[in-house]
Write a protein that binds this ligand. Structure first.
Ligand SMILES: N[C@@H](CCC(=O)N[C@@H](CS)C(=O)NCC(=O)O)C(=O)O
Length: 228
């Protein structure tokens, strides 16, 4: 198989890339990274010394592609499918890139800051930074609620890059900063994202790892609470 994806099933940025692969049924070999295992860690560092995942290795084209956004752009160009992940029109393209940056920088990375605080040594937490991150996420939620009024998908009413970015960012961020029930456009958008078959599959595959999530509140499959 030509494409290998170095990933972890719980990793939010990996979810973003895997959604894109599942959207188009793109064949790939998943390589589960265990940074606690010397060999697995060395294999990833050989490709990408920063040891951040996802990393896509394309042997057929002799390319190593890091960064979830770039992986999605790469797939869109070299392994296209029925779901066009980046808009073809110039207006849609800059909007997709802007809102993708928005979700990564102001939701996803802020969520990582909050979650990562639980992994710091005792006494080395950053309570002030965590509060700042929560404030940023709340501001972003307000923007998303306004932006999604009367819309199904983020750009051009077509599922694509921004929706891939939004899915794991909102899934994990909502554990740290629950949605305001009054923000119904945000809530409805999130429900559409988690119901999308590509992301529903990613979440089903992540479920066995949910208990590893380093916060007292654990992720759950959408609808799981209602089924209890
Ligand atoms: N900017 C990168 C971020 C990737 C990232 O933060 N990945 C996390 C998992 S979600 C990771 O590699 N964590 C392992 C570590 O930091 O040791 C992207 O967009 O792909």
């Amino acid at each position: 198989m030509t494409l290998k994806l170095y990933y972890h099933p719980l990793s939010s940025f990996c979810h973003k890339a895997i959604i894109a692969l599942y959207e188009n049924g793109t064949p790939f070999e998943p390589v589960l990274v265990n940074l606690g295992d010397a060999e697995s860690s060395r294999d990833l560092r050989r490709l990408w010394p920063l040891a951040k995942f996802p990393v896509l290795r394309d042997d057929a084209r002799d390319c190593t592609v890091a960064e979830a956004t770039t992986i999605i752009e790469y797939l869109d160009v070299y392994y296209p499918g029925a779901t066009k992940l980046l808009p073809a029109d110039a207006q849609g393209a800059w909007q997709a890139r802007m809102w993708d940056r928005f979700y990564d920088n102001y939701v996803h990375i802020q969520m990582q800051k909050i979650v990562g605080d639980n992994l710091r040594p005792p006494g080395a937490g950053d309570a002030f930074g965590v509060e700042q991150a929560k404030t940023t996420i709340r501001t972003a939620y307000g923007m998303i609620d306004a932006m999604m009024a009367g819309k199904n998908w983020a750009v051009n009413e077509t599922y694509g890059l921004v929706d891939c970015a939004a899915s794991p960012a909102l899934f994990y961020a909502s554990l740290a900063v629950p949605f305001d029930p009054a923000q119904r456009h945000l809530r409805d958008y999130f429900e559409r994202l988690t119901a999308r078959p590509s992301y529903a599959r990613v979440l089903r595959e992540a479920e066995p790892y949910f208990n590893m999530f380093p916060m007292s509140v654990k992720p759950a499959l959408p609808g799981a609470k209602e089924r209890l």
